[in-house]
Design a protein around this ligand. Structure first.
Ligand code: ZN
Length: 186
């Protein structure tokens, strides 16, 4: 198993009173490591140590409305190694969470239709609400259903990255293998 060392707060201490947090408009942020999110990595490629130790920055902002609705705005970034479903090569996928969920008091409220906005995700805001558990849930929801390179290394160089435009002429003359090497170096 992966042992937890370092300066981030332990998972067990990341419990908040979710509704109180939203009511107070509190803010919390931190840095975890990818290895702390085993549910997210389940069924994915075995992650190299560098990946497991990679940072997951997250932030949580509580919000409430005058009409008594409570929200959590969550952001998080993670970079797991996923298998490209087009070329079957592993690649580091950037996962970005930027979501606002509504907190409700009881499970019964999860499916109520009387609220005007049905597009918003609702969760029960407990008094012992796991921040990192919630961050992990949101990361899982943000994982691509079919992970793919933006551009697979084996693809033709005329689809090359916009930033590589100046090198385009030269790239066109290179073999696919030297292009692959170039990508590995970057
Ligand atoms: Zn690919």
């Amino acid at each position: 198993m992966f042992s937890l060392t370092g300066k981030e707060q332990p998972v067990s201490e990341s419990l908040i009173d979710a509704l109180g947090f939203a009511r107070a408009g509190s803010f919390l942020q931190g840095q975890a490591r990818l290895g702390q999110f085993p549910r997210m990595l389940e069924g994915q490629l075995a992650q190299p140590k560098a990946q497991l130790e990679g940072p997951v920055n997250w932030a949580l902002q509580g919000e409430s409305t005058t009409s008594g609705r409570y929200f959590l705005h969550v952001t998080a970034q993670a970079k797991p190694l996923l298998e490209c479903q087009r070329c079957l090569q592993p690649f580091v996928c950037s996962i970005n969470v930027d979501n606002r969920v509504e907190l409700v008091r009881t499970p019964d409220e999860l499916d109520t239709d009387d609220l005007d906005d049905n597009s918003v995700e609702r969760i029960v805001g407990s008094k012992r609400f796991s921040v990192l558990g919630f961050v992990e849930d949101e990361l899982i929801l943000a994982m691509p259903y079919v992970p793919k390179h933006e551009q697979c290394p084996s693809e033709t160089p005329d689809q090359a990255d916009r930033s590589a435009r100046s090198e385009e002429q030269e790239t066109r003359r290179q073999s696919p293998f030297s292009v692959l090497e170039q990508l590995k170096k970057n």
